[in-house]
Design a binder for this molecule. Structure first.
Ligand SMILES: *Cc1c(COP(=O)(O)O)cnc(C)c1O
Length: 356
């Protein structure tokens, strides 16, 4: 077996998909499943489908193509604002896209009309996170303009929080979005189907019973993939956190001083490291690095192992407490966080295996 490995527990992912669907479904919230943290791995996509997910979203067109290639017959949603240079592909690969630029929606409308179809648009509103979306005061005007484009139907309003600015989704933010939806409906004189309140950062508030009625969609990746919500990274009750594991092989074990020796400048990544002097410690080096998985996001599954640091190809561990139980050739296991999962999934150096 070639290491490093990303091991996928498909049963646990399917279980999480089903659990999240039931949990949010009981609140009138439909899930758009998001597998981009795994590069839309076909096994993971199929596990989500088996778990009852019937709408799948992704930020990348290649991933939407992979989802289609899985034989998925449900709704495909493009999560990132479409790039103007690839509009015909957007129309071909997605039924719905999230948009904030009227110019882009004009282009989508032309391409949809040429293809003889209607493309659904969700108008994104920036409720404070300062990533994508029109400002609330512009939403009705822009939404009205988008809805008048031939080939386009204004299918919903949406927002995305907790991504750039770290703004926490609250009942107040959701009510703001519902207000915008109502003003738009008044202006348009037809009902807007979807209010898409956010991502896995909304799970906590929904579970606390703070999701106002009317928010009827969430786009969920992390909740299904890792079984955690995305504000405090707390486990979701009933969900499994045993979904993905990363394994790497030990290539050096030695007792070394914990302090570097010599004049200290920048390391390979432009950081001047500050070591803590703990005296000589037993250390292991694993053959996994920043090219494979974000080392800050790897938690050793064995008690008594601490991550000291990492460079492109090496992960340095303190294994003092493990005595001589770890040697060259040992395989160590880690739990990846979202960022580490994303990187392991997109790295060509990491083997993807299914847990049997
Ligand atoms: C990635 C993404 C999501 C899913 O985020 P999670 O935190 O993994 O649930 C939702 N919405 C948009 C716009 C995204 O890009």
């Amino acid at each position: 077996m070639d290491f490093p490995i990303l091991e996928m527990n498909l049963g646990a992912i399917e279980h999480n998909a089903r659990t999240m669907r039931q949990l949010l479904g009981s609140m009138g919230i439909k899930i758009t499943g998001v597998a981009k943290g795994t590069l839309a791995n076909p096994n993971v996509v199929k596990a989500m489908i088996l778990g009852g997910i019937d709408s799948l979203g992704d930020s990348r067109l290649d991933n939407l193509a992979a989802i289609r290639a899985c034989g998925f017959k449900g709704e495909r949603v493009l999560l990132r604002s479409p790039s103007p240079s690839v509009i015909p592909k957007v129309i071909e690969l997605s039924h719905v896209s999230l948009n904030s630029s009227p110019k882009t929606v004009e282009l989508l409308g032309k391409a949809a009309t040429a293809a003889g179809i209607i493309h659904k648009v969700i108008l994104m509103v920036d409720l404070g996170d300062r990533r994508e979306g029109v400002l609330p005061e512009d939403a009705v005007r822009v939404g009205k303009a988008m809805s008048s484009v031939k080939g386009i139907i204004l299918h919903g309003v949406g927002t995305n929080l907790a991504c750039l600015g770290g703004v926490i989704p609250t009942e107040k933010k959701m009510l703001e979005l519902l207000d915008i939806k109502q003003s738009l409906e008044k202006e348009l004189r037809y009902p807007i189907d979807v209010v898409s309140g956010g991502n896995s950062a909304n799970i906590g508030m929904a579970m606390e019973g703070e999701m106002p009625k009317g928010v009827n969609n969430l786009r969920i990746g992390e909740g299904i993939l890792l079984g955690t919500e995305a504000v405090k990274r707390e486990p979701i009750s009933g969900c499994s956190q045993d979904t993905f594991k990363v394994a790497a092989e030990v290539v050096e074990v030695s007792v070394k001083p914990s302090m570097p020796s010599g004049d200290i400048g920048q390391n390979a990544f432009g950081v001047v490291p500050k070591a803590v002097d703990r005296g000589p410690r037993r250390r292991a080096i694993c053959a996994i690095g920043r090219q494979d998985a974000d080392p800050e996001g790897l938690t050793p599954l064995d008690d008594g192992i601490e991550v000291v640091g990492a460079s492109s190809d090496h992960l340095i561990l303190d294994i003092e407490d493990k005595g001589d139980r770890i040697s060259v050739g040992s395989v160590l296991w880690f739990r990846p966080n979202y960022s580490s999962l994303l990187q392991a999934s997109t790295s060509p150096f990491v083997q993807k295996v299914v847990k049997r």
